[in-house]
Design a protein around this ligand. Structure first.
Ligand code: CTP
Ligand SMILES: C[C@](O)(CO)[C@H](O)COP(=O)(O)O
Length: 229
């Protein structure tokens, strides 16, 4: 089944400390955002991509899209203060009546098609579908450096993107969040708070978000390993 992809790339990459938006950092000689966009560009089921970017970086993204000959980027929208606002701006420009929409961080370049297609399948059956992996470490709640408690781990999953929804469902969730001034750390949380059912698809430990400098070392290793496969 076909889908549209909304890719938020309008962050500042503060935790990466690269002195620029981390989308432009090169992995194996290619900018992070291009690795991400290529997955959707090369997926036949992807009808089009909406990219959310910083106001002052529009021309850089346009140039990259031209240089790497990407044809599926339909719109470049201006991002907002938080990721949630950037995603909302992207969702609002989709013209089709009620397609499936996949929301995926520009900073997660190691996404695989297997996950995308599973998500789309389950987003049709449920109110949404997300990818996640079981947490590997013991998780503790801590306040002022003192452990408050050890959290039961068996039901804890680390959530990734993509996250897939019908456009009508996710737009309504963003509208309600805006009305209530609710700010979530992912899109699914906006849908969950409306009492909807979100299906969890097994993710992939390689599908990391490039967040801090050491993630780049791991990222290069993932690419080198894939080259050898
Ligand atoms: N206002 C924002 C903030 C984030 N993002 C995007 O959301 C994704 C996940 O966010 P994160 O990893 O937090 O990226 P940054 O906000 O760039 O990083 P930091 O928080 O370290 O500044 C990234 O692709 C980022 O570009 C966005 O589109 N608009
Ligand atoms: C959406 C997300 O990638 C799911 O793990 C994550 O919550 C984004 O968080 P960030 O603080 O905006 O990086």
């Amino acid at each position: 089944m076909d889908y549209y992809a909304v890719i938020p790339a309008a962050g500042q990459g503060k935790r990466m400390k690269a002195g620029m938006n981390k989308q432009f950092i090169k992995l194996n000689g290619i900018p992070v955002i291009i690795h991400t966009l290529r997955v959707f560009e090369q997926d036949e089921a992807c009808r089009g991509i909406i990219l959310a970017v910083n106001e002052n970086e529009v021309s850089i993204f346009q140039e990259l899209i031209r240089d790497y000959q990407l044809n599926k980027v339909l719109n470049i929208v201006i991002g907002g203060k938080e990721r949630q606002h950037s995603v909302y701006n992207g969702l609002k420009v989709i013209q089709e009546r009620d397609p499936i929409v996949l929301i995926h961080d520009g900073a997660r370049p190691f996404i695989k098609k297997r996950m995308i297609h599973e998500l789309v399948r389950y987003a049709v059956q449920y109110d949404g579908a997300i990818v996640a992996v079981p947490v590997k470490d013991t998780i503790k709640a801590v306040r002022n450096n003192i452990v408050e408690k050890t959290v039961e781990r068996s039901s804890l999953w680390a959530v990734q993107t993509p996250q897939a929804f019908r456009l009508s469902v996710i737009l309504k969730a963003h509208e309600e969040a805006e009305k209530d001034q609710f700010l979530g750390t992912d899109d699914s949380s906006l849908v969950e708070r409306l009492g909807k059912n979100v299906y969890m698809v097994m993710g992939d430990y390689e599908n990391i978000k490039l967040t801090t400098p050491e993630d780049l070392i791991y990222g290069e290793a993932i690419l080198a390993n894939r080259k050898g496969e």
